[in-house]
Structure formats: structure tokens, C-alpha cells
Ligand binder design. Structure first.
Ligand SMILES: C[S@@+](CC[C@H](N)C(=O)[O-])C[C@H]1O[C@@H](n2cnc3c(N)ncnc32)[C@H](O)[C@@H]1O
Length: 250
């Protein structure tokens, strides 16, 4: 077993060397919204076994998983240089693909609040000293200001209550360098003619109680005020049900 502690709260696990046994004192408290709403998807070991299937994550996004990942990766380019931060793990092959695209001078840090998710991710990655996994809360990142060139939020915001979501965004912006890019992939309000709005509305209401906030507000409304953040691109997918935002922080 090898567990390195890079900061008082952040455990850095080096792919296969990580066995999931975090000292409890070093792991952040699991927030209530995660325990109450998403225990079956992320916390319970059976949930991880069930959901960690490429076809299933693709099905959950109505066949759009690869398309959304492709869009992020093509934005980053085939040689991802600089420091990249992925805020929260995701099922499927997004992070392994990011790892594959890392340039010689690139680095990838991935944080998640759940050791079980980091353990699962570690199993999917190649041993690579440029990639580091940290057990951290997205609302309290243990990184210095202006540490990263890219930050990625892949379907995290819709799972968080408003106050948590705002803190996550504030932290993502804080750790980006001037000129750094924040990429957000998440739900959005489907266009009026998209029948998915009638299918997804009850599903989200039942399973993802905070998600419909993204139908009702622009993500940019939750960004910290008084900062120079420009929206470079906003692309909608699948009749508007999904969006990718590219923001530049100055
Ligand atoms: C990125 S989101 C959704 C990913 C998407 N459903 C998928 O798998 O493609 C799921 C992750 O967010 C993590 N998460 C939720 N709240 C968090 C927080 N406050 N800090 C860090 N990670 C968090 C969960 O532990 C989970 O691993």
C-alpha cells in the first residue's frame, strides 16, 4: 500500500499503487446531498460495479457520451500541454482518453470526494507520473491560486445544490491561471421542439433533483461576480439537452 499525502486533506494516489484505504482523518466529509441522492450511483460498491460500463454511461446520455467527450478532447487538442484539472471522476473512458492525450509537458490532476471513485478511476489509468488523483471536495480545493491552465467539470454541476455548485465554480475559477480555460459539460434546457424534454423532466425530477436548475438558469449566472470571465463558446447538443461551455478566466 502506498498513500501519499500532498496536502493535509488531499491524498495523492498513484494509479495502481492506490488501494483505496485512505486514513479517515484525511478524507473530506461526504456531503449530505451526495449521501442522500447519489449513494446508489457513486458511494455503494455495487453502484460502481454496475455503472462502470461504457455502454451504460453512453445509454444514460442517450448515446451522446462519446460525442461529448470527443468535443472536449478535440478542443484540448491531441497534445494537451500545461496543467489540467478534472473536477470529479466520471464513469467511462473520459479520463483515460485525457491521459492518452497528455503532451510531454502536460499534467492531469483529478479530484473526487469519494475514495471509492478514485480507486475505480485508478484501475482505468495507466501508471503515469503526470497523472495524480486527489481526495478533495470541489468546494474546497487544496490547490494554490492560479495553478492550472485548464479545468474540466463533466456533469458535476447538475448533481450539486445551488450553494455547493456556486462554490465549486468559484474554486474552479480560483485555481485557473489568467488566460486559463474552464470547460463545463452538463445538462441544459432542451429546445421547445425536442421531445426529450417530456421524457427527461420526470426522470430528472425523480433521480436528479438539482439538475433542472440547469434548465432554468444559465451556468454563467452562478459564476463569481467581479471577475473577468468571458464565455468563448457555448454549444448545445442533442436538441439542447446538453451543453458545453468554454470560459476564459483573466
Ligand atoms: C462528475 S459527477 C457525474 C459524472 C457522470 N454521471 C458520469 O459518470 O459520467 C460524479 C462524481 O462527482 C463526485 N462529487 C460529487 N460531489 C462532489 C464534491 N463536492 N467534491 C468532489 N467530488 C464530488 C462524486 O463522488 C462522483 O464521483
Amino acid at each position: 500500500m502506498k498513500i501519499e499525502t500532498s496536502t493535509p486533506m488531499a491524498n495523492h494516489c498513484n494509479n495502481k499503487q492506490y488501494d483505496g484505504l485512505y486514513p479517515k482523518i484525511l478524507t473530506p466529509v461526504i456531503p449530505l446531498y451526495l449521501q442522500a441522492t447519489y449513494w446508489w450511483a457513486y458511494i455503494h460498491p455495487r453502484g460502481v460495479r454496475v455503472f462502470e460500463r461504457q455502454w451504460l454511461v453512453n445509454l444514460i446520455l442517450w448515446g451522446n457520451y462519446n460525442r461529448l467527450c470527443d468535443a472536449v478532447l478535440s478542443d484540448y487538442g491531441s497534445q494537451l500541454e500545461g496543467n489540467t484539472l478534472q473536477i470529479a471522476c466520471a464513469y467511462g473512458n473520459l479520463t483515460p482518453r485525457l491521459e492518452l492525450n497528455l503532451g510531454a509537458q502536460g499534467s492531469l490532476d483529478v479530484i473526487d470526494i469519494l475514495p471509492i471513485q478514485l480507486h475505480n478511476l485508478a484501475e482505468k489509468l495507466q501508471p503515469d507520473t503526470r497523472v495524480k488523483l486527489h481526495c478533495m471536495d470541489s468546494t474546497d480545493l487544496k490547490f494554490q491560486n492560479q495553478n492550472f491552465d485548464h479545468a474540466l467539470l463533466f456533469f458535476l454541476l447538475h448533481e450539486q445544490p445551488l450553494d455547493v455548485r456556486k462554490k465549486t465554480l468559484a474554486e474552479a475559477v480560483r485555481v485557473l491561471r489568467p488566460g486559463g480555460m474552464l470547460t463545463i459539460v452538463d445538462y441544459a434546457k432542451p429546445r421547445w421542439f425536442n421531445p426529450m424534454r417530456y421524457i427527461m423532466s420526470p426522470i430528472l425530477r425523480l433521480l436528479e433533483p438539482f439538475a433542472r436548475d440547469l434548465w432554468q438558469s444559465e451556468v454563467t449566472a452562478w459564476l463569481p461576480e467581479n471577475l473577468n470571465i468571458s464565455l468563448l463558446r457555448k454549444q448545445k447538443y442533442f436538441g439542447g439537452l446538453y451543453q458545453i461551455l468554454t470560459l476564459k478566466v483573466d
